[in-house]
Write a protein that binds this ligand. Structure first.
Ligand code: HMG
Length: 445
């Protein structure tokens, strides 16, 4: 059977940054450590006034196409995952294809284009669609372009404001991939939930605390479903575990839950039992409350053990390096967590080919999906070709006042004129509205 998976990836960050501990916290009257230690965030990325979900997605896709020496005819499918779309009918993929057609010979006339929506999990769903399309033999030797692009902004004053971010990830899904082979092992946890939603509005309505509980509950269900087909998994089965990362503090909680599950009924639980006892089993307790209290005490002790801390430092912490400096990218978030892990492995000069990743995606509303991927030869070259560090370094550092101006620019309900903070350089830019209220784009040399 031909391997299908991620053949290349590119990342495009918004060109502005907001420093959370040094710029945001003082104005909000907060302790900077709430951001750095509590939420685990240093900076959020923001789009400049000429950037949006289309420019960021098209710029990531162009870098990917240039690097892989692709022309439009090599691409049979373009799926965009976003929850920041500005059009209820025309998909963002058509806008992105239109941008790319300005700079390449040929066109995407025969490519199937669409838009995937299910909050942040849509990026992973778009990869699934591409995988299924290729596995079904319907791709006519062409690859699929998946773009996850979002401006993850909240109402000013909403607690979610601290977790904002903006950027795009472009992924090429193809046969004989150069980065990761996708496996068929997959599990879902999905329920109708009202924790984070945007009913015909640009900024989300959020019940932040509840959204965190829903994230963990759906992840647990996806895990059970995954194990029901892949079998019991153990801590050392995976080199890295990239999670959907709305902010690193959320993944810190998810990591602890995951580890408790991973070690249950394994020799590691026996080792841990010598210091903190065995995990509470529900049947040993009178009622659910007593059991949950025991679990909570056990988790506090588990968190402090060397075994857990070493696993977390090796398997999860390296996935958070990019997120810490860009914030939540919604649909792109789990994909920058994966890129961050691979980037870490390359920096550590690890021999990763053949190792597995456990990828845990999540979207509010709500659905979690857990699947495994196998790293393949070629991964290092692909990851070393990313210029994300350079992009992060060159972001313009906003004052609080400038941040508020930029936030207004990206609020579709406000019509404000703000000068750009950076100069476009060989990239797609937003140039204004057309006669049918469509957004217009050009490539700025
Ligand atoms: P908040 O209420 O402002 O923050 O909002 P907090 O008071 O809960 O503090 C956050 C953490 O910092 C806590 O850590 C504090 O203890 C700690 P925890 O107890 O939870 O471990 N802290 C400090 N630590 C050190 N020194 C200090 C200090 N002060 C406080 N001085 C909240 C937090 C996440 C609710 C808010 O940011 C929010 O509403 N965010 C948006 C929703 C969200 O991100 N939810 C995550 C799960 S849902 C999801 O991931 C889906 C999503 O991506 C959307 C989609 O799928 O489309 C959001």
């Amino acid at each position: 059977m031909t391997a299908v998976g991620i053949d290349a990836m590119e990342i495009w960050t918004g060109k502005l940054q907001l420093d959370l501990p040094n710029t945001f916290a003082p104005v909000k009257g907060d302790d900077p450590e709430k951001y750095t230690k509590g939420l685990g965030l240093e900076k959020s990325s923001f789009p400049d006034v000429y950037e949006d979900i289309v420019t960021m997605g098209a710029n990531a896709a162009k870098r990917l196409m240039d690097r892989k020496d692709l022309s439009p005819e090599d691409v049979g499918r373009i799926d965009v995952a976003t929850e920041s779309a500005f059009d209820h009918s025309k998909p963002v993929s058509t806008y992105i294809a239109g941008c790319l057609e300005q700079v390449y010979d040929g066109d995407f006339r025969h490519a199937n284009k669409g838009e995937r929506k299910f909050a942040c999990v849509a990026g992973t769903q778009a990869i699934d669609d591409a995988y299924n399309w290729i596995k079904a033999g319907r791709n006519r030797d062409k690859a699929a372009l998946v773009v996850a692009t979002d401006t993850a902004l909240y109402e000013r004053g909403d607690p979610g404001e601290a977790t904002q971010g903006a950027g795009a990830v472009a992924l090429l899904i193809d046969e004989d991939p150069d980065v990761l082979e996708l496996t068929g092992d997959q599990g879902y946890g999905s329920m109708d939930e009202t924790d984070f939603l945007k009913p015909n509005q640009q900024f989300p309505s959020v019940d932040g605390k509840r959204s965190m509980q829903v994230y963990l509950a759906r992840m647990r269900e996806a895990w059970e479903d995954y194990e029901s087909i892949a079998g019991k998994i153990e801590p050392d089965d995976f080199a890295y575990s990239p999670f959907h990362t709305p902010f690193p503090g959320m993944v810190r909680k998810a990591g602890l839950f995951a580890y408790r599950r991973l070690v249950r009924n394994t020799p590691v639980e026996d080792d841990l039992a010598e210091t903190i006892g065995r995990q509470p089993r529900e049947q040993d307790y009178e009622d659910r409350d007593a059991y949950e209290e025991a679990i909570s005490e056990y988790m506090d002790e588990l968190k402090a053990t060397d075994l857990y801390q070493n696993w977390y430092a090796g398997t999860v912490e390296p996935t958070l390096e990019l997120s810490r400096n860009v914030g939540n990218w919604y649909t792109g978030s789990v994909h920058i967590a994966r890129a961050s892990a691979l980037r870490h492995a390359a920096e550590m000069d690890k021999d990763l080919a053949g190792e597995k990743l456990l990828v845990a995606s999540y979207g509010s509303g709500a659905q979690a999906e857990i699947h495994s991927e196998v790293v393949v030869d070629g991964w290092r070259e692909e990851i070393e070709a990313l210029n994300i560090d350079e992009q992060l370094e060159s972001r313009y550092d906003l004052t609080f006042d400038e941040y508020e101006q930029v936030h207004n620019v990206h609020d579709y309900d406000k019509d404000v004129e703000v000068e750009e903070f950076t100069a476009p350089d060989g990239e797609f830019v937003f140039t204004g509205w057309g006669r049918m209220n469509e957004r217009k784009y050009e490539f700025a040399e």
